[in-house]
Design a protein around this ligand. Structure first.
Ligand code: NAD
Length: 266
C-alpha cells in the first residue's frame, strides 16, 4: 500500500506520525509523497483540510483517513490510542481479508474570475467572500438570473461536509453528504430599500450554479477552506458542485449523524 502521512506538527501528532511510519514499514507499506493511495492526516480538521489541498490534483486516486489528537473532528475519527488498531485494519485490507468502505463526499468547485485571469479551485468545507475595508457589495445570480444585490460582511458557500463548520455558525442547515448540493449562507447582510437579500440559507442542487459579481471597487478576502487570497480586481466567482468527490476510507462505520451528535451534543 502506498501511503503518506501529514501531521499537525505538535509533539503528540509528530510522535504518532513516527509511530505510524515504524509500524507501516514493518507491514510492508510504502511511503509515497507523489502518488499515495491512502493519506493519513494526524491532528484535527485543519490538518485534513491541509492534506486535502496538498493532494487536490490527485483527489480521484486517493482515500483519506483522519486521526485526531485533540477533540473529535469531523474528518478525523480515530483517536490517538487507536493508531495500532487502525494500522492493523489497513494491513488486513492489503491482504484482502478486509475491505474498507469508501465514502465519497461532494466538493465545491470555484471559478474565480479576476481582471488578471481565471483560476479554478476546489473546496472541501467552504468558500467565503468578505470585505477587507468594510462591507461587501455583490450581486448574486442563480443559474444566470439575477437573484439579489448583497451588502454586508460576506457570503459563505459550503459543501455538505462543510455545512457543520462555518456554515453552521451562520445559521445554515446541516446537510447529509449523500445530498449533492451547495449551500449559500449570508454573513450579516444589510437589508434596506436598495439592498435586499433572501435572508435564509439556500441549497442549490448539482447542475445549478451561482455567480457572485463584485459590484464596487473593493478589496476582498477570498477564503477557500483555510487558504486566504486577498484581491482588489475581482470580477466574479462561479460556484458549483464539483464533478469529482473526495473519498474517505472507513475501516469501521461512523455515520454522519453520530458524528454530528458526538461533536455538538457530547
Ligand atoms: P480552526 O482550527 O480555527 O478551525 C475552526 C474549527 O472548525 C475547528 O474546531 C475545526 O474542528 C472545525 N471544523 C473544520 N471543519 C469542520 C467541519 N467540516 N465540520 C465541523 N467542524 C469543522 O481553523 P482552520 O484549521 O484554519 O480551519 C478552517 C475552517 O475553520 C474553515 O473551513 C471554516 O469552516 C472554519 N471557520 C469557522 C468559523 C466560524 O464557525 N465562525 C470562522 C472561520 C473559519
Amino acid at each position: 500500500m502506498r501511503y503518506y502521512v501529514l501531521d499537525r506538527g505538535d509533539q503528540l501528532s509528530v510522535d504518532l506520525s513516527e509511530q505510524f511510519h515504524k509500524i507501516a514499514s514493518q507491514r510492508g507499506f510504502q511511503l509515497d509523497a507523489e502518488s499515495p493511495e491512502i493519506v493519513i492526516s494526524i491532528g484535527g480538521d485543519g490538518t485534513m483540510l491541509q492534506a486535502f489541498h496538498t493532494f487536490v490534483d490527485h483527489i480521484p486516486d486517493i482515500a483519506f483517513v483522519g486521526v485526531h489528537t485533540g477533540h473529535l473532528g469531523f474528518y478525523a475519527d480515530w483517536k490517538a490510542d487507536e493508531l495500532p488498531q487502525l494500522i492493523e485494519l489497513m494491513s488486513a485490507s492489503t491482504t484482502g481479508s478486509l475491505k474498507p468502505r469508501i465514502v465519497q463526499y461532494p466538493l465545491l468547485e470555484l471559478e474565480i474570475q479576476r481582471k488578471s485571469g481565471k483560476t479554478t479551485y476546489i473546496a472541501l468545507n467552504e468558500f467565503t467572500l468578505k470585505g477587507v475595508d468594510g462591507t461587501v457589495v455583490a450581486q448574486v445570480d442563480i443559474n444566470d438570473q439575477t437573484f439579489e444585490m448583497f451588502r454586508g460582511d460576506g457570503i459563505c458557500i459550503s459543501t455538505p461536509s462543510g455545512s457543520t463548520a462555518y456554515n453552521k455558525s451562520l445559521g445554515g442547515a446541516m446537510v447529509h453528504p449523500t445530498i449533492e448540493a451547495l449551500q449559500i449562507a449570508e454573513i450579516a447582510s444589510i437589508n434596506n430599500r436598495v439592498f435586499r437579500t433572501m435572508g435564509s440559507p439556500l441549497l442549490l442542487p448539482k447542475h445549478h450554479h451561482c455567480d457572485i459579481y463584485s459590484r464596487k471597487d473593493q478589496r476582498l478576502l477570498l477564503t477557500i477552506d483555510h487558504v486566504n487570497i486577498q484581491v482588489d480586481d475581482l470580477i466574479s466567482v462561479r460556484c458549483l458542485v464539483a464533478k469529482e468527490k473526495v473519498s474517505f476510507a472507513r475501516y469501521r462505520p461512523f455515520p454522519f449523524w453520530n458524528r454530528v451528535r458526538e461533536a455538538f451534543l457530547g
